[in-house]
Design a protein around this ligand. Sequence first.
Ligand code: FES
Length: 70
Amino acid sequence: MATITVKPNGPYLVVGADIVDAQGRTFSYDASKPVALCRCGASANKPFCDGSHQRIGFKAEETAETARGG
Ligand code: FES
C-alpha cells in the first residue's frame, strides 16, 4: 500500500507509489524507499524536494483532523 506523509513545514513523504507526470510518464526512482515531493514550490528539482523549504522558511503544519475539517 502506498502512503503519503505530510511532513510539518516540509514535503510530502511518499512510499510505494508511482509518481506520474501530466503526460502519464512515470518518474524514475526507487519506490521501495521514501521519496520527498515538494509542496512549498521552491524546489529546483520539482516534483521532488531539494530542501529549499528550509531556506525559504516554509510553514505548514496541517494535521488529518484540520484537513478534514474536524
Ligand atoms: S517542500 Fe522541500 S523544497 Fe519544497
